[in-house]
Design a protein around this ligand. Structure first.
Ligand code: FMN
Length: 136
């Protein structure tokens, strides 16, 4: 199954990049153990994440994510069966909005006024897919 959520970041700017690097390393290790794959989108203010895998593994992973104080106000946007994974190559890919990919985020409508937190699941999936094609 596939789960998509968005959340408000609680990372503070001074150590956001290093926290993000630590988080993604932990996520990749745990997800590899649980056969979970997916994609994490990050902006200075928000996160959006796609989780794919067996229902029980995805549910367990989401349970861990929900209680993580590094973000808040999680919005569960989609939880649905899928025929095949869209991000099978990544235990967890990370794409952080920066100068080099800002135009791609903006193509999908992500801006400071309409951050990841304000986007529907389909838009987030399309954005993640576009970014995934570029890091492959
Ligand atoms: C934005 C975000 C994404 C996360 N993604 C994952 C994930 O993909 N898989 C996972 O097992 N945990 C994920 N987590 C949860 C943390 O990795 C988990 O809480 C961590 O193992 C415990 O925190 P620690 O680094 O203080 O030990 C995520 C947390 C946040 C805030």
């Amino acid at each position: 199954m596939r789960l998509v959520y968005a959340s408000e970041s609680r990372l503070v700017e001074v150590n956001r990049r290093s926290e993000l690097a630590r988080m993604i390393a932990t996520a990749q290790r745990l997800n590899a153990d649980n056969h979970v794959t997916g994609f994490l989108l990050a902006t200075p203010r928000a996160f959006a994440q796609v989780l794919e895998g067996e229902a029980a593994n995805v549910a367990e992973t989401y349970g861990r994510i929900v209680v993580d104080p590094r973000h808040a106000n999680l919005r569960l946007l989609a939880q649905e069966p899928i025929e095949r994974r869209g991000f099978a190559d990544w235990s967890m890919a990370l794409s952080e909005q920066d100068e080099t990919n800002d135009f791609i985020f903006s193509l999908f409508g992500v801006s400071p006024e309409a951050d990841l937190y304000d986007q529907p699941a389909d838009t987030l999936l399309d954005l993640a897919g576009e970014l995934a094609g570029r890091i492959r």
